[in-house]
Design a protein around this ligand. Structure first.
Ligand code: GLC
Length: 443
């Protein structure tokens, strides 16, 4: 969701944010990150008053598409009268997701829980009059799904926050450090309130880009969070003090050079509910994007935005259900796996079992005939197709006896029994995968 006037600026901020993911030594957090690495799929929820008019979350007043006063009038329409946290959790479970992250406060400053530090919350100021987060987390936990709290560090509503509307700031930090200190104490108080009240598995920050690590006291925030819960996972938007990298909407082409990363992406083009936005990605598109992320060692955090009455759009439900059905048939090649073999060996995404003795090949769409793997030094013990009992034949072509270069593996893919979206082949190897990476033997 990049708005025109701020697109460039935001891109620069995002690039800077990604580049700054280096303060934490991956070795020091390896153990606590294991569940996250295995989880692969999370569901993101942007729940907020912006769903009343169906406009951009917070950005709509910041970029003057609506006045601040009119934006805040949405408080009166946020009823959540059909809110069913168990139904949300059921849908998330059905999608196959292992964790879910929900907005506790977006850039508009409206808390979705009963904060003691401000009167701006859906509990105090909307007809919903209720805490959205606690009952939802209780339902997630019943189902063994991990919890995450989205929290915007920046707060355009707070009277002591420097930025307000894009071209009219209240003040600047360098001109009034005391005022900034006041805001920072509030923000840190609220984020610790979220951490202590909900004890989430993930603290998912956003909006760090308007201030430096020093201004936010990012390192101190990290220390406070870890003192509260040493195993909490912190996303990458904490000015270099997070545990993983968080690209947004853009699918990485090369593998991010950090052990853990998560692509967050919307089902249509909006984070929150926007009825006009009918640009839904199809189940096939979502499934192939998901596989792509996982094949590069990443997770997908897939977003939907509930309506102001708490219900979820049919189209979004449909995508989540189809994704879940695909996961049921093919999840063995996804959950608990590691990144696949490098490009060049197989024309498509791949993953590996943790011990690297099973290789999964993903075949989007219908394939009939043969698929080919180059440079595989292993012997293949067995090939099967997930979701079916069929065993597949293969042959090795062009193996020259005197050469150390392996032959090409051609696998016969039967026309019947293939998956509606993406078929997964499971190759059991004789030992951990070994690849020939040369130029053909005369290198
Ligand atoms: C961006 C946007 C925000 C959205 C978030 C999701 O940072 O500012 O509106 O909530 O991305 O990742």
């Amino acid at each position: 969701m990049l708005k025109k006037p701020i697109t460039l600026l935001l891109c620069i901020f995002m690039a800077a944010t990604l580049a700054a993911q280096t303060q934490i030594d991956p070795k020091s957090i390896k153990d606590k990150m294991q569940w996250f690495a295995d989880a692969k799929l999370g569901i993101f929820i942007h729940c907020g008053i912006y769903s009343v008019n169906g406009i951009d979350e917070s950005w709509s007043f910041f970029s003057r598409k609506i006045s601040y006063t009119d934006y805040m009038k949405q408080l009166k329409g946020f009823t959540m009268k059909n809110y069913d946290p168990a139904a949300w959790a059921d849908l998330i479970q059905e999608s196959g997701a292992r964790y879910s992250v929900i907005t506790t406060k977006h850039h508009d400053g409206v808390a979705l829980y009963p904060t003691k530090l401000s009167t701006l919350s859906v509990v105090a100021q909307t007809p919903a009059k209720r805490d959205i987060i606690s009952p939802f987390f209780a339902e997630l936990r019943k189902r063994g799904i991990k919890t995450g709290t989205y929290f915007s560090l920046l707060d355009w509503s707070h009277p002591d926050y420097p930025a307000f509307i894009q071209d009219s700031a209240r003040y600047s930090v360098s001109n009034d450090y005391n005022r900034w200190n006041k805001f920072r104490a509030f923000a840190q108080g609220q984020l610790m309130e979220v951490a202590r009240t909900f004890n989430p598995d993930i603290m998912w920050f956003d909006g760090d880009w308007e201030h430096s690590a020093e201004e936010w006291e990012a390192q101190k925030i990290r220390t406070l969070l870890l003192a509260n819960n040493p195993t909490v996972v912190i996303n990458g938007r904490l000015r270099g003090y997070g545990d993983y990298v968080t690209p947004e909407q853009n699918v990485p082409v090369t593998t991010p050079a950090y052990p853990w990363w998560e692509l967050c992406m919307t089902i249509n083009n909006s984070w929150g509910y926007q009825g006009r936005d009918q640009q839904f990605k199809t189940p096939f598109e979502i499934i192939t994007i998901f596989i792509d992320a996982v094949s590069h060692g990443g997770n997908l955090l897939l977003d939907f935005g509930p309506k102001a009455d708490g219900t979820i759009q049919d189209e979004q439900v449909h995508v989540l259900k189809e994704l879940g059905a695909w996961n049921k048939r093919n999840g063995e090649g996804i959950f608990g796996t590691i990144a696949g073999i490098p490009p060049g060996h197989f024309a498509g995404p791949t993953t590996l079992s943790k011990d690297s003795t099973t290789l999964f090949l993903f075949l989007p769409g219908k394939t009939s005939g043969q698929v080919m793997i180059k440079g595989l030094m292993n012997e293949i013990k067995e090939i099967s197709m997930l979701g079916s009992n069929a065993k597949l034949n293969h042959k090795v072509v062009g193996k020259i006896q005197w050469s150390h270069v392996p032959g090409l593996v051609y696998i016969d893919v039967p026309a019947s029994g293939q998956d509606q979206y993406v078929t997964v082949l499971k190759l059991k190897l004789d030992k951990p995968v070994k690849l020939y990476r040369g130029m053909g033997g005369f290198e």
